[in-house]
Structure formats: structure tokens, C-alpha cells
Write a protein that binds this ligand. Structure first.
Ligand code: AMP
Ligand code: MG
Length: 409
């Protein structure tokens, strides 16, 4: 089998993004079920928001013509406007009405005086100077104008988007259909948690990682379980998956060992786009397509699987599910402690990013960096990224850091 050249991390990411496109198909969902989904229509405000002129305070609605230039003026309280129960009438000169926050400001009134700033004497209300016309009145359309573009197709619906749609009375939204993602682990040594281990066996953690990471309202997950290192089973399963999945993610069996059949089968029944990336950990990664189904063959080592998922699968998932892949947040931070590496591969280390009370940042290694050591990933809240040609960094030098989204909250 001919050896392909190593692709740089950024080239690999570009090629992945060039190869995948948003899946087609939408569904209409009740707003309560639309959190984290991608909107597939533009939303225009059906009416002004707020819909009516209303009070920002509990107090008295007045007309500013009645305000005293100095001293006190006395107005007659002729009614009330509560939220949901507007005053039925028009305010005349010399009159005021009792008004609550959110209640309609009646015709004839143009200002609201806070209740703490008046003296109430029976039906009469005394108001001093230093108020301005328009005080404490919220105007229709101040938040959103009727007809204005509120949200655009392609936006992800988060908590604020959902709240805004609710405030406009929108009960249903058209969203991108869920992405169908199949996952499996490959390896004769793998057992499910709960099963006994024979000598040489280990527990399958990659599928648990993938299932947990892909547990998302915009994803329909098909868990195919553990597949042995057996050509026929792998081939039959991969072929079956093309009938329903947009994306298949496997782990293990992509390096050059004698039981590594994944890439071989991909070449046989599909197309391999590339399979060697200049990254550590995670060099042997397969990307390709079987029929209509995109394919990622992640390396077997748990940390390699974690990092290649984050760097390569995540952007593909974002594009396929209809949102634009986010550019990862990366910045330089002084390193504490020395880091050594061989020049050659772009290296992703598990790091711990800390800030002093005064806001000064520093980053250090999270410990053992072996690609089989998941426990140091537990401590990490960021990746430290060292360039391919570097041979490490000395304490105090700035290094590039990418916070890990999952562990930032
Ligand atoms: P492979 O790429 O199949 O040669 O696997 C590389 C290493 O990762 C081996 O030590 C495997 O036992 C280990 N490995 C493969 N798949 C998994 C998995 N699903 N969970 C945990 N370790 C795995
Ligand atoms: Mg294996």
C-alpha cells in the first residue's frame, strides 16, 4: 500500500470542510423542542416589540404639560392601568392614573412618575419638579420593529433566541433535520463495561466518549457497538450504515498493524480522502466516504480519539448540521515549566490554564501526555499547541492555547 504524504492539520481541516455540506431536510418543531437546533427560515417580527406603549415603573401616568416648573403640582387620580388591564379612557389635563410596570400608558399621558417620587393624599397626587417628558415610558418597537429581521436561517437556537421567539408569539419553527451519526469501536480486545475481562482485554472507552460527546438534540445517534477485527463483519456493517447514516465514526484499526482493516475496507468499498495527518497524538486518521455516508476512522488510543474528534470531526459536524464551523478560540499564554518535543509533528498537549486574581494567565502541562492516558485529560481545561517544527518551549515563553469547550463551564 503506497504511503501518502503527511497532511498538515490546517490542510486536513480545510479538506474536510470542503468535502462536507449541510444535510438537506427540515422539520417543523414546537418552540419548546427547538433548543440547540439550527433555524432553517428567516424570522421577521410579526409585530412591534413591545407591542404597546407601556410603563417602565410602578407609579402615576401623567401629561408633562401638568408638571410644575417649580414647587408642587396636584393631579386628580381618575383610574388605573395594570398589566393586562389597561385604563379605558383618555387622560385630561390635571389628571393622572395609577399605573404598574408593563401596563399600557393611556392616551393623553406621556410620562410616568415613580411612586416613590409622589405624595398621595386620597384621590390627589402631589408631584414635585425635576421630571422630564417621556420619563419611564417604553415605546412600541423599541426592542424590535414589526417586519424587521430577527433571526436568520442557519442560526443556532440558544436560550436567548428561544426567549426572543417566544416574546414574538412564535410557537413553531422550521429547523434543520437531525444529523444521523453512527458510531462503533473496533478491536478484538474490547469489552463493554460490566463484562468480565479475559487476559489482554480492555474496556471500550471510545464509544462511551463518542456517545457522550454526540448526545445533542441536533444529532440522532446510532450506536453499532463493538466490532471485532474481522474484515467481513466490518465490511458488512459499514455497508449497512450507508442506508441510514450521514456520518459514520469508528475508532481503532486505522494504523498499520496486522489487524488494522478499517482503512483497507474504506478503500475497497468507498473512497479514502486522506489518512495521515501531521498531528500528535492522532496521526493515523481516515477520512472518506462510503456511498452517501461520510466516514471518520479515528485512532484507537483514547486521547488520540478525543483530540482528533475535537480538531477534525467537530467542524465537520457543525457544517453538516447546518451551522458555520466556529473558529476555535486560541491565544498565547506564558508557559509554566518546560515542555520538550521532537521537531516533526504539530503537537496537542493537555494543559491547565489558570488565572491569578489580577487576571494574569499562565498554562502548564496537565501531566502524563501518553495518548493512552485519559486521566490527565480529566485535569485539562485546554490544549497547548506546539508547532510542527518546534522542539518545545521553555518556562516563561508564550505558547498557543485552545480552551476545551466541554470543560470551560
Ligand atoms: P488500534 O488503532 O486499533 O491499533 O488501537 C490503538 C490502541 O488503542 C490500542 O492499545 C487499543 O487497544 C486501544 N483502543 C482501541 N480502541 C479502543 C477503545 N474503543 N477504547 C479504548 N481503547 C481502545
Ligand atoms: Mg485495534
Amino acid at each position: 500500500m503506497s504511503k501518502q504524504p503527511l497532511l498538515s492539520v490546517s490542510e486536513a481541516r480545510q479538506r474536510i470542510l470542503a468535502a462536507v455540506a449541510p444535510v438537506t431536510g427540515t422539520q417543523l418543531l414546537p418552540l419548546e423542542q427547538a433548543l440547540h437546533r439550527i433555524l432553517r427560515s428567516d424570522i421577521h417580527a410579526p409585530h412591534d416589540l413591545p407591542p404597546h406603549r407601556n410603563s417602565a415603573m410602578d407609579g402615576y401616568a401623567i401629561n408633562a404639560d401638568d408638571l410644575p416648573a417649580s414647587g408642587q403640582s396636584e393631579l386628580l387620580c381618575v383610574g388605573r392601568s395594570f398589566a393586562g388591564a389597561p385604563f379605558d379612557g383618555r387622560l385630561e389635563s390635571g389628571q393622572c392614573i395609577r399605573i404598574m410596570t408593563g401596563a399600557v400608558v393611556p392616551e393623553g399621558a406621556d410620562s410616568v412618575i415613580m411612586q416613590e417620587q409622589v405624595q398621595r393624599l386620597g384621590e390627589r397626587v402631589q408631584i414635585g419638579p425635576n421630571h422630564r417628558r417621556g420619563d419611564n415610558v417604553r415605546h412600541p418597537g423599541e426592542d424590535l420593529r414589526a417586519g424587521s429581521l430577527v433571526l436568520q436561517s442557519g442560526q443556532r437556537l440558544g436560550n436567548i433566541e428561544i426567549a426572543l421567539l417566544a416574546s414574538l408569539g412564535i410557537a413553531q419553527v422550521t429547523v434543520q433535520r437531525r444529523l444521523r451519526v453512527a458510531i462503533c469501536s473496533t478491536g478484538d480486545e474490547l469489552r463493554r463495561p460490566g463484562e468480565p475481562l479475559a487476559p489482554g482485554d480492555i474496556y471500550d472507552s471510545n464509544r462511551a466518549l463518542l456517545a457522550a460527546t454526540l448526545n445533542h438534540p441536533a444529532i440522532e445517534l446510532y450506536d453499532l457497538g463493538i466490532l471485532g477485527d474481522d474484515r467481513e463483519t466490518l465490511r458488512a456493517t459499514f455497508q449497512e450504515v450507508t442506508h441510514f447514516a450521514d456520518l459514520l465514526i469508528t475508532s481503532g484499526g486505522v494504523s498499520v498493524g496486522e489487524a488494522d482493516f478499517v482503512k483497507e475496507i474504506l478503500t475497497e468499498i468507498g473512497e479514502v480522502d486522506f489518512w495521515r495527518i501531521n498531528i500528535k497524538p492522532g496521526k493515523p486518521l481516515a477520512f472518506g466516504k462510503i456511498g452517501p455516508t461520510h466516514f471518520f476512522g479515528l485512532p484507537g488510543n483514547p486521547v488520540s480519539a478525543l483530540i482528533t474528534f475535537q480538531q477534525f470531526v467537530q467542524p465537520a459536524l457543525e457544517r453538516m448540521s447546518g451551522s458555520e464551523p466556529r473558529t476555535p478560540l486560541r491565544f498565547n499564554v506564558p508557559l509554566r515549566g518546560d515542555l520538550h518535543k521532537q521537531p516533526g509533528r504539530e503537537t496537542y498537549l493537555r494543559g491547565i490554564l489558570r488565572s491569578d486574581p489580577d487576571g494574569t494567565l499562565e498554562v502548564s502541562s496537565a501531566g502524563h501526555q501518553g495518548s493512552h492516558v485519559l486521566s490527565s485529560a480529566l485535569l485539562a481545561n485546554c490544549l497547548i499547541i506546539l508547532p510542527a517544527d518546534s522542539s518545545g518551549a521553555a518556562s516563561g515563553e508564550p505558547v498557543l492555547v485552545e480552551p476545551l469547550r466541554e470543560r470551560m463551564s
